[in-house]
Write a protein that binds this ligand. Structure first.
Ligand SMILES: [Zn+2]
Length: 368
């Protein structure tokens, strides 16, 4: 839908990157002649692709991208269904929705749910679709490679299916990368390791100031399936003793069930530990120590000392996060242990969908 000529696309790209600009600022930045810029801006305004920040002001008025003309849809596909978020050109959230989906014919279910979510939007105002998929993804081939949790989810041609159905530009991104993409825009620009502990898995995203590592190395960041206990418990991936089997949410709750006979939720286990329940405290501490020990190896290999852990189990200063921290600082080599900074935060359930939408928006504008 976007603009006809390359100058128009350059103007759109510039306003996207720098924010609202006057015609004269655009002219200087793009080194265009004055009459050329007048023609291009008049044309873009006539198409309502760009609009004036203050509609009544005639001179030196800043121009911005029209929120209604640039809509980006983000989808997170997870074990029990999908989350959707729509954002405008400025990255502001326009709508969001969560749906539960059956596991049978999951791809068809996802396409149908997407169709429903985009129904209220004008079809040609949607520019691109970003999908963050469960499990391993292969972004260059737009394929969902494998999920250890969702039966049958293997080599799914997501790009082909979504492009054929919707005819929008399509961008695939790892679920943890998408989540951290949304978070990183608020954080520092320095290299950063993000660890996500979700109810259905443990993931890692590595960001440098300009990009994320998994973008070109799709198999990277499978932290949950690094072996923490050789020949330990059988993991859903088919290997034994993966970190998920000792430090994941499911593993912690299963261990508590074996010990107490009670099926606790994540929040109940955390609350019990916080109130001094010795058993919950020990199980969470031991899980956190396993996580910290693996994390120390990651830091030793990558040499990146800024870490954010995200998820309910590690949010705040509970026993799990304290144990991660203690094991990490104990095992990391000097002087790296003096330079480490680790914090934790909870994550919103729709963050991956938001990150996928923002990723699609950045990629789309970049390629104009
Ligand atoms: Zn595994």
């Amino acid at each position: 839908m976007v603009a006809s000529n390359k100058y128009a696309r350059s103007v759109i790209k510039l306003i996207f990157k720098r924010g609202p600009l006057t015609r004269s600022e655009i002219m200087h930045a793009l080194k265009m002649r004055q009459n050329a810029i007048v023609d291009v801006c008049n044309d873009l305004e006539a198409q309502t692709l760009i609009v004036r920040e203050e509609p009544d002001r005639r001179r030196n008025c800043k121009l911005k991208l029209s929120p209604q003309c640039f809509i980006f849809i983000g989808l997170e596909h997870h074990l029990t269904g999908a989350n959707f978020v729509a954002v405008d050109a400025l990255g502001e959230k326009l709508a969001s929705q969560s749906v539960e989906l059956p596991q049978d014919q999951r791809l068809d279910q996802l396409l149908a749910a997407t169709e429903k979510f985009i129904l209220p939007f004008k079809r040609d105002s949607i520019c691109a679709l970003g999908v963050s998929d469960i499990g391993l993804v292969d972004p260059p081939h737009e394929t969902g490679v494998f999920s250890a949790h969702l039966p049958g989810w293997r080599d799914i041609p997501l790009g082909k299916a979504f492009r054929e159905r919707f005819h929008y530009d399509f961008f695939l991104i790892d679920r943890v990368d998408a989540d951290c993409f949304a978070a990183h825009s608020r954080n520092s620009k320095s290299p950063h390791i993000y660890i996500n502990i979700m109810p259905d898995g443990i993931g890692m995203s590595l960001r440098d100031p300009y990009n994320f590592w998994q973008r070109h190395m799709p198999m990277a960041g499978e932290l949950g399936h690094l072996v923490a206990v050789p020949n330990g418990e059988l993991c859903r991936c088919g290997n034994r003793g993966c970190l998920e089997t000792v430090a994941g949410v499911g593993a912690v709750l299963e261990r508590l069930f074996q010990l107490t006979g009670k099926r606790l939720t994540e929040s109940e286990a955390l609350a019990l530990a916080a109130s001094g329940d010795r058993l919950c405290e020990t199980v969470l501490r031991e899980a956190g120590e396993q996580m910290g020990s693996i994390l120390a190896k990651v830091v030793g290999i990558l040499g990146v000392g800024n870490i954010t852990m995200r998820g309910t189990i590690c949010a705040g200063d509970g026993v799990y996060f304290a144990a991660v921290r203690a094991a990490l600082f104990k095992e990391v080599i000097y002087p790296m242990n003096r330079m480490l900074a680790i914090d934790s935060e909870s994550r919103s359930t729709e963050n991956s969908a938001l990150g996928a939408a923002l990723f699609a928006r950045n990629e789309y504008i970049d390629r104009l």
